[in-house]
Ligand binder design. Sequence first.
Ligand code: ATP
Ligand code: MG
Length: 256
Amino acid sequence: MSEQVILKIAGVNKRFGGLQALSDVSIKILKGQIYGLIGPNGAGKTTFFNVITGLYQADTGTFELDGKPYSPSAPHEVAKAGIARTFQNIRLFGEMSAVENVMVGRHVRTKQGVFGAVFHHKAAREEEAAIRQRAMELLDFVGIAKFAHRTARHLSYGDQRRLEIARALATDPQLLALDEPAAGMNATEKLALRELLVKIKAEGRTILLIEHDVKLMMGLCDRLTVLDYGKPIAEGVPAEVQSNPAVIEAYLGGGH
Ligand SMILES: Nc1ncnc2c1ncn2[C@@H]1O[C@H](COP(=O)(O)OP(=O)(O)OP(=O)(O)O)[C@@H](O)[C@H]1O
Ligand SMILES: [Mg+2]
């Protein structure tokens, strides 16, 4: 594995009123890694995603993507910089077809943009066809090509999660950040998701992954950070993290 640092975040603090949701969180992710972020409910995992993707403003922190400082000031700027994410609570356009949902993801990367594509100039038409073709390829890649024309809200829960991943991949991201992609999945769906993540990694992409299924995480992640009450309490390869007493206490202790 190369030693190229894709994401380097240091000293992130985020407070909501009296609650310190993130307390001096730093993270370094190398290209090609699957990097795990785990911790009990309310530990600050989603808040960390919200901060690095521009949904929330951090109180402090420095942000670097692929060696360049970036400012997570707005979600569309972050997408342009090369981070794509999915949400803990699925956010699809429920009334649009699966392929259209992926096409919307792709439009952040194109010259015409969503509005240019509305005008049927030749260039726009050609670009639209290319976007549609790429969207179909991505649906195939995540394993739901046969549902391309199905309305998103009529897909199974697991397939909606896959569709979100396809839409995130449509931006051709440097970093794919997934917030609990296995939530609500049955064992078979989880196994398929695991395979999909391995396939994404094999393409050379980098993944930041939040997930509660510890067994899945330990088998899948190259490294992990554990948050507890907003604080990083452990960082390392799965074996190190799993045997860390503070981690065992956070998961088994009565505090949560
Ligand atoms: N917008 C907000 N305003 C106020 N408090 C918030 C906000 N977002 C999150 N919090 C609080 O910050 C803390 C961390 O929440 P967060 O959603 O990041 O946890 P999490 O680790 O993702 O938990 P889970 O595993 O349950 O998804 C919680 O106490 C939560 O109530
Ligand atoms: Mg969360």
